[in-house]
Design a binder for this molecule. Structure first.
Ligand SMILES: Nc1ncnc2c1ncn2[C@@H]1O[C@H](COP(=O)(O)OP(=O)(O)OP(=O)(O)O)[C@@H](O)[C@H]1O
Length: 257
């Protein structure tokens, strides 16, 4: 079932058109990846879908209603966004930043309840942040900050999780662990994830469907095997890839020639 529909969407920064009349849908509960070369419009598309950017040219619907019809707080209960450099540059502690994810659920001027604290504690435990919960976030490594952003998104209990390059700062151990956490969360809560990924092999392994952007237009969309194909990758990335099947999962993986 469609959860999000993008209809004839275009977007310009000033005179520069960066999203070019695109339409697609995201199904309820799926893991949807946005891929494409540098500057192809991935982050811009993600920000349009979350409501962080607006366009009068085209429409984005959630559950059949334009996202512009939803109030800010209502949208914050539905969508959590993990952006690159997503934690505040100030000296808030890890626990304070994670607790910020509960704000959309609090009544005006209310304090965190016992249940809120339990939810925060669970997220700190999941991402192994309990030991550094009092440390200011501006003293953390890029990878640790990424985990804090994810924990904050988790306590927000969203219906849709948007991620912009979630693995940028993570070593391969943490990359795998983050993707597995997201998968588990998805299975337990029926979460829908929409993520921008540069790593095509990771995208192939962890996404159900992909959209491949080039210069603001859709070059391919569909299941992983329909998008990660030699012709598409060669045309868009200007490389001659070697495609192999992952020995365990059988999804396509790319080797450089
Ligand atoms: N705030 C802005 N003002 C003007 N132009 C912008 C702005 N943000 C992005 N752009 C331009 O829009 C185009 C698409 O940028 P966007 O960040 O969406 O691409 P991307 O695919 O996410 O790139 P990358 O993979 O390098 O992160 C680029 O040409 C970029 O220079």
């Amino acid at each position: 079932m469609d959860l999000i529909r993008v209809n004839n969407l275009s977007f310009k920064y000033g005179e520069k058109k960066v999203i070019n009349n695109i339409s697609f849908n995201v199904n309820d509960g799926e893991s949807f990846g946005i891929i494409g070369p540098n500057g192809s419009g991935k982050t811009t598309l993600l920000r349009l879908m979350t409501g962080l950017l607006n366009s009068s040219d085209g429409e984005i619907q959630f559950n059949g209603n334009p996202i512009s019809n939803y109030g800010k707080k209502e949208l914050a209960r539905l969508f959590a966004v993990v952006e690159q450099e997503g934690t505040p540059p100030l000296a808030f502690s890890v626990e304070e930043v994670v607790a910020m994810g509960r704000y959309p659920w609090l009544k005006p001027f209310a304090n965190l309840t016992k249940l809120d604290h339990q939810i925060i504690h669970k997220a700190l435990t999941t991402f192994e942040l309990l030991g550094i919960r009092n440390q200011p976030v501006n003293t953390l490594s890029g990878g640790q900050r990424q985990l804090v952003s994810l924990a904050r998104a988790m306590v927000q209990q969203p219906k849709v999780l948007f991620l912009d390059e979630p693995t940028t700062y993570l070593d391969i151990g943490n990359q795998q662990s983050l993707m597995r956490h997201i998968r588990k969360w998805q299975e337990e809560k029926g979460l829908t994830t929409i993520m921008v990924l540069h790593d095509l092999n990771l995208a192939a392994q962890y996404c159900d469907r992909l959209v491949l952007l080039d210069q603001g237009s859709i070059k391919a969309i569909g299941k992983v095997e329909e998008v990660i194909r030699e012709q598409e990758i060669e045309k868009v990335y200007k490389i001659k890839p070697i495609l192999v099947k992952h020995p365990l999962t059988k999804v396509p993986q790319i080797l450089l020639n």
